[in-house]
Design a protein around this ligand. Structure first.
Ligand code: GSF
Length: 202
């Protein structure tokens, strides 16, 4: 099995953390879709990473499908409840966190466009989504030790990746000061090698 990845993608980080928490071996193949001559489109028609290439050469995307697949192939350290409202709750947390990533990536990419082509209104719209979502994350977490239930779940993995990415790419959004409960959760997650070893660099 191999993961087509980059070291800055927060969606890739989510999968790398799931692999590490479930102790699943997987080769990392670095191939950024932004680099000329990359081969991502050969394994994902959407041209996006992460892509999981299984030993039979079949391919899985996107990060939510990959995370769910990995959680089923290894019975240990389950990160997604098997069924019912519990499962839906964790998947909703993941949807909220991935929505932060979608908006943060969109704002970051728009800010990189050449002068005259950047839309400040578009950037503000995306930053607004991040801001509103962080407030809901903080409200929903409250004073609980984990996003869902009494142990680490995919909800915490996704939220951790979202918070780390906002710090990485939207550093002016002072979420740690604004939401001390989110800062406490992130600092707790960062005590785990799976999180500490996958902080986006560069
Ligand atoms: C999003 C992946 C994505 O946008 C998932 O895996 O959850 N829903 C998907 N990946 C970015 C890299 S990064 O920003 O994390 C990507 O591959 N972008 C290339 C492109 O052409 O958009």
């Amino acid at each position: 099995m191999k993961l087509i990845a980059s070291l800055t993608s927060p969606y890739v980080r989510k999968v790398r953390i799931v692999l590490a928490e479930k102790k699943i071996d997987c080769d990392l193949v670095l191939d950024s879709p932004w680099v000329e001559g990359n081969q991502v489109a050969a394994v994902n028609p959407l041209g996006k990473i992460p892509v999981l290439v299984l030993d039979d050469e079949s391919t899985l995307y996107d990060s939510r499908v990959i995370a769910e697949y990995l959680d089923t192939v290894a019975p240990n350290n389950r990160l997604i409840p098997a069924s019912g409202r519990e499962r839906i709750s964790v998947k909703r947390w993941e949807a909220l966190a991935d929505g932060v990533l979608d908006a943060a990536v969109a704002a970051f990419l728009e800010a990189k466009r050449p002068d005259g082509e950047r839309s400040p209104a578009w950037i503000e719209r995306q930053r607004g989504k991040v801001s509103q979502a962080l407030k809901v994350m903080s409200d929903d977490l409250g004073g609980q030790p984990w996003c869902h239930g009494s142990s680490l779940s995919l909800a915490d993995v996704a939220v951790g990746c979202a918070l780390g990415y906002v710090s990485f790419r939207l550093g002016d959004m002072r979420w740690r000061e604004q939401y001390p409960n989110l800062a406490h959760l992130y600092d707790k997650l960062m005590q785990r090698p799976a999180f500490a070893d996958t902080v986006p660099q560069g």
